[in-house]
Design a binder for this molecule. Structure first.
Ligand SMILES: Nc1nc2c(ncn2[C@@H]2O[C@H](COP(=O)(O)OP(=O)(O)OP(=O)(O)O)[C@@H](O)[C@H]2O)c(=O)[nH]1
Ligand SMILES: [Mg+2]
Length: 356
């Protein structure tokens, strides 16, 4: 579905929701497309205890994704991504409450998540190519998911391995691009994107008996050394370990395995929580402007009502009514904005809590 087509089914309210963009950056076969499938499946079928779910703007697309996820179990790897694919998701959630709508899910954020082919990151930018579009989208991204294949971290990233791991993961190139995107956003008055580092195929760091070969603490230090720009001061960033099932062996060959989703929802919760914090700030600014507007309207009315009764009744009546209506409209607008701001900040708090 393109942005201009009408939304259908459960997504009737998608157009009215705050809309965020997420871009996935990662080397070829790092597990980007599989992650999107696993994350979607977890949030559709429900696996953890939380009040959020995901839907696609087009239901057929959603069913096809679930089918693709099931095919993975049969050892059929996802088709390599040969052109950028933007998934149009809606995150829905319910807030606790006693009223009729308490706990009922409603739209929270419309998410455009773009999955690029891994090769795009290292190619020269040619006009009108998908690489060029890639970088445009990167600047528009409220959140960037950096996808790193965990198999590179089975061994410590010692100084002698550093260059090889950076080349295999494209970490330096990704760091450069993120630095560039932050600068471009700043120049356009946009907040820095949140950075969500995904250590995919985390099952590779498991020895098969539930004991980790290396723990996240150790790998975290390696990731930080590879992506210093991402861990710069003032950026929201978080490292998540995810796995969707042992669908490939240590040499990268596909194999049959049951779906075993682990940690796949948290990165999305983190990214949307960060995004809602920015929406909240924007709404505060709007509230300041509306309050000033409302105060000016109240003052205009007050000036008219100071005239003697006779003049108010016979000369100013129409004007007074008009200004009362104006004040009421402004009060209603402010009340609606306050309700929206409350809703956004509640979801922000819950989502950030679920992510940590
Ligand atoms: N063991 C294991 N293998 C995985 C996991 N996720 C994905 N894989 C395998 O990794 C391979 C690559 O996955 P993709 O999702 O196609 O990777 P990609 O980054 O989208 O690749 P491109 O689109 O070519 O850039 C596939 O063979 C998957 O089966 C995982 O959690 N564990
Ligand atoms: Mg792919």
């Amino acid at each position: 579905m393109t942005a201009n087509e009408p939304a259908t089914g459960y997504d009737l309210d998608r157009a009215s929701l705050p809309r965020m963009r997420i871009s996935l950056l990662g080397a070829e076969s790092s597990g980007k497309s599989s992650y999107v499938l696993g994350m979607f499946a977890a949030l559709v079928r429900g696996q953890e205890q939380h009040q959020y779910s995901l839907s696609t703007a087009n239901h057929d697309v959603g069913f096809a994704m679930l089918e693709e996820m099931d095919e993975l179990c049969a050892g059929k790897p996802p088709r390599g991504t040969d052109e950028p694919k933007t998934h149009e998701f809606t995150l829905r959630g319910g807030l606790p409450g006693n009223g009729r709508t308490g706990g009922v899910q409603g739209g929270v954020v419309a998410i455009d998540l773009t999955d690029f082919r891994g090769g795009a990151i290292r190619e020269k930018v040619v006009e009108d190519s998908d690489t060029a579009r890639y970088y445009e989208l990167l600047v528009e991204s409220d959140s960037i998911f950096v996808v790193l294949d965990s198999s590179h971290f089975r061994e410590p990233v010692t100084p002698s391995r550093m260059q090889a791991v950076a080349e295999a993961t494209w970490a330096y190139r990704i760091g450069d691009r993120i630095g560039w995107a932050i600068g471009e956003r700043e120049a356009h008055g946009l907040p820095a994107p949140s950075i969500t580092v995904l250590l995919t195929k985390w099952d590779f760091l498991d020895d098969g008996e539930g004991v980790a070969v290396r723990g996240l603490g150790q790998v975290y230090a390696d990731v930080k050394a590879l992506l210093p720009r991402v861990f710069g001061v003032g950026l929201w960033q978080y490292v998540f370990t995810v796995s969707i099932g042992e669908f490939s062996d240590a040499d990268g060959n596909p194999r049959q395995a049951p779906i075993n989703l682990s940690g796949v929802e948290k990165p999305l919760f983190f990214a949307t929580g960060c995004y809602l914090a920015n929406v909240s700030e924007w709404l505060q600014g709007q509230r300041g402007r509306l309050e000033a507007d409302r105060a000016a309207a109240a003052e205009r009315l007050r000036k008219l009502t100071r005239w003697p009764e006779f003049i108010r009744q016979h000369v100013l009546r129409g004007w007074i009514e008009q200004r009362r209506d104006d004040l009421k409209a402004k009060n209603d607008k402010l009340a609606a904005l306050n309700l929206r701001a409350l809703n956004v900040s509640e979801h922000e708090k819950i989502l950030r809590g679920l992510a940590s």
